[in-house]
Design a protein around this ligand. Structure first.
Ligand SMILES: NC(=O)c1ccc[n+]([C@@H]2O[C@H](COP(=O)([O-])OP(=O)(O)OC[C@H]3O[C@@H](n4cnc5c(N)ncnc54)[C@H](OP(=O)(O)O)[C@@H]3O)[C@@H](O)[C@H]2O)c1
Length: 343
């Protein structure tokens, strides 16, 4: 199964599909190994069967697959049907699929067709957001910011402050690439004018950009995130747009875009992971709503002092979210702290 997990991790473009790997073994020998390569493409089981020299070799063989094989017609025919047809004798499954369309049905189909099934209940440390999404019916939310040692994310004045160095920047690009949507508040658009794209990496499915504003009609479309670079930008606004929108921009309207509603809307759009990238007010809203599962903060060896902007500040009584897993990494002269929420 460990080889199957290693295979699964090779799938870099699975988007909202899980990463899945499979290995076919017969008489103590690995005959084929493969993975789900790309969203919409063949699943790991089929890719692996296709790698056999002769399909007849599958007869009587064992298959190790990291996730329960699917049993429904989606973008591809059900894997269980193919696994059954070719005569696989036993299937070892990493974990049952948390997606209700599949969950338990794939296992049942295999057993009903006289295939021995063993479930290992091991995630292999992959598909964190996928599993979270189906268990919690919302995306896994990571709040990320760079700050000075006195907890400030910008100096005074309406300009962007570059806080951390090159290594932290590169790491933040990787973090973006691991999320399906990136959310920012309106002031961050105006002050930082970020592009919110993943640099230095080719991505088949880059994260969509989401910005929350009061009134879309007051938003200037000259900012970088509204440029038509092939990546979608979704604006959550309290008003309908009276103007023609740039080609890649969509507006979703409701009169109270609270974090719960933002997250609910993204969940309906199958977004399994959300990166909240500032600013201070928007982060405060998410903390107040208790909607923070992970924090990634990059801390620079600097003090800003004065009235510079704290990382999380809103007009609320303070609340508390406790985190249990902490990882600290040194990145150049900066520190990265990663926190995972206590269960
Ligand atoms: N160091 C870092 O990592 C980092 C990252 C990002 C940003 N920043 C800094 O953070 C600063 C911006 O932070 P900020 O706290 O001033 O602003 P912000 O959080 O970016 O945006 C807040 C504004 O967005 C709109 N908004 C937020 N939530 C909303 C909701 N639920 N419904 C409707 N509108 C909503 C509101 O606009 P209105 O009040 O206009 O209605 C609100 O004032 C900038 O200086 C930027 O440089 C730093």
């Amino acid at each position: 199964m460990n080889i199957a997990f290693q295979e699964a991790k090779k799938g870099k473009s699975t988007w909202t599909n899980p990463q899945v790997g499979a290995v076919i073994v017969k008489d103590g020998k690995i005959l084929a190994q493969g993975h789900h390569e790309k969203f919409g493409g063949p699943h790991a089981e089929v890719n692996t069967l296709n790698k056999l020299e002769y399909i007849s070799d599958a007869k009587g063989a064992d298959m190790y697959v990291t996730l329960e094989p699917c049993s429904h017609f989606g973008k591809t025919p059900p894997c269980v049907q193919r696994v059954t047809e070719v005569g696989i004798k036993r299937v070892f499954i990493g974990m049952q699929d948390p997606n209700p369309i599949v969950s338990g049905n794939g296992i049942k189909y295999l057993k009903d067709h006289n295939i021995e099934v063993e479930v290992c209940n091991d995630t292999g440390d992959i598909n964190e957001a996928y599993i979270f999404y189906y268990q919690n019916k919302r995306p896994l939310i990571t709040v990320k910011y760079a700050m000075s040692v006195d907890g400030k994310i910008n100096k005074t004045g309406h300009h962007r402050t570059i806080i951390t160095g090159e290594e932290a920047y590169e790491d933040a690009q990787k973090l973006r690439s691991e999320n399906q949507a990136i959310l920012i508040g309106e002031h961050t658009v105006i002050i930082d004018n970020p592009q919110l794209t993943v640099r230095n990496r080719e991505m088949d499915f880059p994260p969509i950009r989401v910005v929350v504003v009061r009134d879309v009609n007051t938003v200037e479309f000259g900012y970088k995130i509204f440029q038509n670079d092939g990546i979608k930008t979704l604006i959550f606004s309290q008003t309908k747009s009276r103007r023609r929108l740039p080609e890649n921009v969509e507006v979703a309207v409701r009169d109270d875009w609270t974090p719960d509603k933002i997250v609910e809307e993204l969940a309906q759009r199958n977004i399994e992971s959300l990166l909240v990238e500032g600013g201070s007010k928007l982060q405060a809203e998410f903390v107040h709503a208790g909607l923070v599962d992970k924090v990634v903060t990059y801390i620079a060896p600097k003090l800003f002092g004065g009235a510079s902007l704290p990382a999380v500040q809103g007009d609320y009584r303070s609340s508390e979210i406790d985190f249990e897993e902490t990882e600290i990494t040194k990145l150049g002269s900066d520190l990265k702290i990663e926190l995972r929420r206590s269960k």
